[in-house]
Design a protein around this ligand. Structure first.
Ligand SMILES: Nc1ncnc2c1ncn2[C@@H]1O[C@H](COP(=O)(O)OP(=O)(O)OP(=O)(O)O)[C@@H](O)[C@H]1O
Ligand SMILES: [Mg+2]
Length: 412
């Protein structure tokens, strides 16, 4: 299929899609190089097709999405990339889309920010088996990322992402609510999440924080905006890339993200789970996106004993251990520990009720609460040591004694 990749109303590049595989087979005329997806380079006038293909494939539902194999079987489709043209590649997280050659479609007529979309693909992703032939594929669910079962829904006129949890504890929706509550108390810019029940299963619901003027650009792509010298860490490189794009206050934001992720023992702050916002028309960089997707945390898949030991807690994106990642924090002066005093009550309330207890019992709630309190205490001791702010360029010069002292505290 011949089409044009658009960025909102701006034609960007002509492409030919392979109908069988859903990949980009050819690249034609370039209309607006500066609007190419972030990280897709042009050399000697030629767009890097492999990079554009990687970006396009990333737009499709990942093969690792819970329940996707069964959904594809039902739809008689072999690859999630083949769903992309069925909704013109439109998303609710940015403004890119494809317009088939010869059609007179416009962004205003098709975008999902302003126009309604079908529930059919969301229904199939949630297990409905309505006849494939009669389905309306016009849905941003074809372009949603992430492993957890999820769908977009228009609730009271607001575009919302509804996301489930993984068996057996289905803890992620509850965790999103708790993490948002902690960020609220600490004035950390965040996406608000609430809990919703459907057929006795818990889901988190959050509003679309991207508007029809914005693009969410994940950190993974920001890191591609500059070449990274071998000796530069991912953290340092990310800061440098943001500074080069004119983003101020990146270090204070990362301080908050790292501290939050320690408190909730987040195991999945990968490079697509935070990012920047940009104006899709002017391409002006606006700053960090509010924090989203903090649910893979609070020992979501662990037994209470393992939660207590904290031995196997994974850490991302800058270090593999939270104690090391904490050392990247420049300042904790902003963190008002008094405002966290009622976090145990927040956790208790979030898991209250017999429906929640079917998934997360009292012993689990207790272990989750204890873990959060222990880590808040550790962070408070770390703040009290009053160690001087680390300069970003001295990331690897963190003094051994602070690291050692802190590790001892976590052993307590
Ligand atoms: N409120 C939102 N508004 C706009 N886009 C969002 C919102 N929440 C999430 N997204 C986009 O949808 C993607 C998937 O959502 P999310 O990260 O919450 O799912 P997930 O299944 O928990 O992901 P993971 O595989 O990282 O666990 C995000 O990476 C982001 O691009
Ligand atoms: Mg995610």
């Amino acid at each position: 299929m011949d089409c044009t990749l658009f960025h909102k109303r701006q034609p960007v590049v002509s492409i030919e899609l392979d109908d069988a595989s859903g990949t980009i087979r050819k690249i034609g005329a370039v209309y607006a190089q500066e609007h190419l997806p972030v990280g897709v380079s042009v050399r000697h006038g030629t767009v890097d097709r492999a990079a554009l293909n990687a970006w396009w494939a990333d737009r499709a539902i990942p093969a690792s999405r819970s329940g996707i194999r069964e959904a594809l079987e039902h739809l008689e489709i072999t690859d999630t990339k083949l769903l992309l043209p069925r909704c013109y590649g439109l998303s609710l997280s940015d403004q890119y889309w494809i317009c088939p050659a010869g059609s007179d479609l416009t962004w205003d007529a098709v975008n999902f920010f302003e126009n309604a979309f079908s529930d059919d693909i969301g229904d199939v992703l949630f297990g409905s088996r309505k006849q494939a032939k009669v389905l309306n594929f016009s849905s941003p669910d074809n372009t949603s990322d992430g492993n957890l079962k999820k769908r977009w829904k228009i609730i009271d006129g607001c575009r919302c992402l509804v996301k489930g949890g993984s068996d057996p504890f289905r803890q992620q929706p509850f965790n999103e609510v708790i993490a948002a509550g902690i960020m609220e108390r600490l004035d950390i810019p965040h996406v608000p999440y609430t809990l919703m029940w459907d057929q006795d299963a818990p889901y988190s619901v959050c509003p679309d924080f991207v508007t029809d003027e914005l693009d969410l650009i994940p950190a993974a792509r920001i890191l591609q905006t500059k070449e990274r010298p071998n000796h530069v860490s991912t953290y340092r490189h990310f800061v440098q890339c943001c500074e080069a794009l004119g983003i101020r206050d990146i270090v204070p934001f990362l301080d908050r993200m790292i501290a939050l992720d320690y408190i909730i023992a987040n195991e999945d702050r990968h490079l697509n789970n935070f990012g920047l916002l940009r104006n899709a028309e002017t391409l002006e960089w606006l700053g960090m996106a509010p924090l989203y997707d903090s649910g893979t945390s609070l020992g979501y898949n662990k037994m209470p004993a393992a939660m207590r030991s904290e031995k196997d807690v994974i850490c991302k994106p800058f270090k593999t251990r939270h104690v090391e990642q904490l050392q990247l924090i420049s300042s904790l002066a902003w963190l008002d520990f008094d405002r966290l005093a009622d976090v145990p009550a927040l956790i208790e309330q979030t898991f209250a009720g017999s429906a929640a207890k079917r998934y997360v019992d009292t012993e689990r709630v207790h272990a989750i609460t204890q873990g959060v309190q222990r880590r808040i205490g550790n962070l408070q001791r770390m703040a009290l040591t009053n160690r001087p702010a680390q300069s970003v360029s001295a990331e690897n010069d963190v003094t051994e004694d602070v690291a050692a002292a802190y590790s001892e505290q976590t052993m307590q």
